[in-house]
Ligand binder design. Structure first.
Ligand code: ADP
Ligand code: ZN
Length: 745
């Protein structure tokens, strides 16, 4: 027998199947992780068996050296998926395969954990043994304990009863009274259980769950879009759908954005499904990740809950994939292969005959369009559960506040709502899309703006550190006392950040305890969980934060949400700015009044008549969708087109610019050939210019922005760009191709 092996080296030149002979004694199967001799010096390399065959086309074939894990690490479905990704994302086969196993398994950097266990020797005469131990009371105690346990006992467990008993245990083994064994244990991440009663589903929830069950049973790989307002009970629908899926013996994967993968979310699933769940996210230790992955691979868990990359979990007979908050940009991978979790999920359920559920209160324009055109099945939860109203949204025009002489952070309205809510002992979330104390530092006399020395970015003032910080490279600078340019003492901080909001709350309500959540307070491992559970337990009444606090959280006692500056994200120079603002405002607003207490939202803005602000007031997704899709159509923005970007960064301005212009010229020619006469119009835009942020960390930046019309030729055009990118040689230090870039700066 022979095996086709993909060697674990990420290089185009060796990204193909190599044939190896399988030695007689080695039980190699499809998907095994193996060691093989490779190259001229026959150094051993790791590889993956992606096919088995009876014959080889040429003589003198090398042999597989050994198997690494006893079981095949890849399933046949995963191998096929990786092969498909190779074309779909223009990546190496091995790049795709690497996504399917925990990173630390490569290079054998993580091992199974074994513990020593002991049990009574077979046919042991206990009475005789106790008699023999009359002079060794500590050994006797242990033997008694093991006898009482009546099963295998681990050494750590025995030590918990009788500290430092290992020597006595060894003596008992030596006497032949106990038999030693060892047992593999699974390191499991700490678990929280959030108990919620088993609700009777509302009619809308039950209909949605039924539709999902039917799709799982029909095995057609259907995609369903669950559009439910915030607090409509989407999670409850997921739980029921999973229950139904497990009941027919199939398995499920649930994806949530990394940021909402909190103990609260996992806790609700754990409450319902207990040990049948495996969890995969970035906060696990390598050992925990390996063990959770193995529990899935070995069929010891039936539900996987995790962030983006959990879509590759080795689940067999996958019946259901749920992607919560499907509109989140974190479902798109930022590094090679640049996959979309939703696309992978759709592909997997097509292969396994499952169903894919996309859930959101604010679906992406693409998903909702597909639902309207019938490509996806649309399921709707138009109301909150239990007749709870959506929160009342009040818009405050901050210009009017200024005219009335109020130039503080809080409008009179927000201050009034704050004192009402705090007075009743309820909780508040205050949202500001900016960390630090002030956005920028500038001179009121000459207009000088304090900038980072390495980046083309203004410095942000952090009061707690009493200095300024660059949010791109982390560089710090003291706050100048006088203007470095005109030397006058008129340096002032402008704009409002999280720190300043916190200070303002303390000034108005000195007795109230607050918590602040932004990337500055979240640097330590575990701080995110700690802070959220402190707020959950009511240890603070006010939670102030950036978008970190906007998503997914379910705090029953929060009745007021204040958005300090609703338009900060609205006017960014990015076509997605309105969409992101609407999503964000709907999500934050959705945190209010999720339990029995009704919720209120105060949105402070300088543009109360902006359509997006008005849609956010009514939280009317459908009207918003029709408005936004018309706007996109007018300017042929996505989903009617696709953006691509190539970023050039180099310490030398000249090198970056030259590389960029040269690349652009050649790329344009290549694209014209691919698109041909007929597709000439598809290339809507190709500009090469200095990037809007001209310098980051001391590197000059240039970029090419491409806009391609979405036609049947798009796939070929993207392939042309990817292939061109791979083959293009340049002297520029760093050249990155981004398909559907998340930022345009
Ligand atoms: P969503 O994910 O749509 O924002 P959740 O699933 O978190 O909403 O549900 C909102 C709240 O309503 C939660 O506290 C949940 O426990 C509760 N809930 C869900 N379904 C029901 C129901 N059928 N009856 C009563 N309460 C429910
Ligand atoms: Zn910087």
């Amino acid at each position: 027998m022979f095996a086709e092996v993909i060697v674990d080296i990420a290089h185009t030149a060796v990204d193909r199947r190599f044939t190896y002979r399988i030695p007689e004694a080695l039980p190699v199967a499809l998907g095994h992780h193996v060691l093989v001799p490779f190259g001229q010096g026959n150094h051993t390399k790791e590889g993956f068996v992606v096919a088995l065959k009876e014959t080889a086309d040429y003589p003198n074939i090398k042999e597989i050296a050994r198997i690494i894990e006893r079981y095949p690490v890849l399933t046949a479905e995963q191998i096929a998926l990786a092969e498909w990704m190779k074309d779909a994302y223009h990546c190496l086969f091995v790049d795709a395969l690497r996504l399917m196993i925990p990173a630390q398994m490569r290079g054998m950097r993580v091992k199974e954990k074994k513990v020593r266990t002991v049990k009574l020797a077979d046919g042991l005469d206990l009475d005789a043994a106790f008699l023999a131990l009359s002079k060794a009371p500590s050994q006797k105690r242990i033997l008694e304990l093991v006898a009482k346990i009546g099963a295998e006992a681990s050494i750590p467990d025995l030590n918990a009863f009788y500290p430092n008993c290992t020597a006595s245990v060894n003596a008992l083994i030596h006497r032949g009274f106990l038999i030693e064994q060892s047992e593999t244990v699974f390191r499991r991440p700490g678990r929280v259980v959030i108990h919620k009663p088993a609700y009777t589903l509302t009619e809308a929830q039950a209909n949605a769950a039924d539709a999902i069950r039917a799709a799982v049973e029909q095995r057609k790989g259907d995609v369903l879009l669950l559009h439910g307002v915030t607090g409509s009970g989407k999670t409850e629908v997921y739980l029921k759908a999973i229950e139904d899926c497990l009941a027919i013996g199939r398995k499920a994967i649930v994806l949530v954005p990394e940021i909402s993968l909190t103990p609260q979310t996992v806790g609700r699933f754990t409450d319902r499904f207990g040990d049948r769940i495996a969890v995969l996210h970035s906060r696990l230790s390598p050992g925990e990740r390996f063990d959770e992955w193995r529990r899935i691979r070995l069929g010891l868990s039936e539900i996987v809950i995790g962030a983006r990359s959990a879509i590759f979990a080795p689940v067999d007979d996958l019946g259901l994939v749920i992607i919560d908050e499907e509109h989140e940009s974190s479902y798109q991978s930022e590094s090679t292969p640049r996959y979309l979790a939703g696309e992978i999920a759709a592909k997997r359920v097509r292969e396994t005959g499952g169903a894919l559920v996309l859930g959101s209160a604010t679906p992406s324009l693409m998903s909702y369009s597909r639902a309207l055109s019938g490509k996806y099945r649309l399921l709707e939860l138009p109301d909150r559960v239990a007749g709870r109203p959506l929160p009342t949204v009040e818009i405050v025009n901050m210009r009017d506040e200024l005219l009335m002489g109020n130039n503080s952070i809080f409008s009179d309205k927000l201050a009034e709502r704050l004192s009402e809510c705090l007075g009743m002992g309820q909780q508040v979330m205050l949202f500001i899309n900016r960390r630090g104390y002030a956005t920028f530092v500038s001179c009121r006399s000459c207009g000088f703006v304090l900038k980072c020395d390495n980046c083309d970015i203004s410095m942000t003032y952090h009061k707690t550190e009493s200095r300024t910080r660059c949010h791109y490279c982390g560089a710090v600078k003291p706050l100048p006392k006088e203007c470095p340019s005109c030397k006058k003492p008129f340096i002032k901080q402008f704009g409002v950040g999280t720190e300043q909001v916190e200070e303002a709350v303390h000034r108005l309500f000195p007795a109230v305890r607050t918590l602040r959540m932004d990337t500055d307070t979240m640097r330590e491992k575990g701080s995110y969980e700690k802070l959220l559970s402190a707020f959950h337990r009511g240890e603070a009444q006010v939670l102030i934060g950036t978008q970190m606090i906007a998503k997914g959280h379910d705090f029953p006692n929060v009745t007021l949400v204040g958005v300090v500056a609703a338009d900060t994200t609205l006017n960014l120079p990015d076509y997605r700015a309105p969409e992101r603002t609407f999503q964000l405002l709907t999500q934050v607003a959705g945190r209010a009044g999720r339990d029995n207490l009704p919720g209120r939202v105060v949105l402070q803005t300088y543009e109360p008549n902006h359509p997006i602000i008005r849609f956010a007031k009514t939280q009317d997704y459908v009207s918003y969708f029709h408005y936004e899709i018309m706007e996109r159509k007018k300017l042929l923005y996505p989903p009617f087109s696709l953006f691509l970007r190539v970023v050039f960064a180099d310490r030398s301005e000249d090198a970056a610019e030259k590389a960029c212009l040269h690349y652009a010229k050649e790329l344009e020619a290549a694209l014209k050939t691919t698109l041909g006469e007929e597709g000439k119009q598809d290339l809507l835009l190709l500009v090469a210019a200095q990037a809007p942020i001209a310098r980051i960390s001391g590197h000059a930046r240039y970029q090419i922005v491409l806009k391609l019309l979405r036609t049947r030729r798009l796939k070929d055009a993207v392939k042309t760009v990817s292939e061109f990118h791979d083959l293009h040689r340049t002297d520029c230090e760093d050249v990155q191709l981004e398909i559907n870039p998340q930022e345009m700066f």
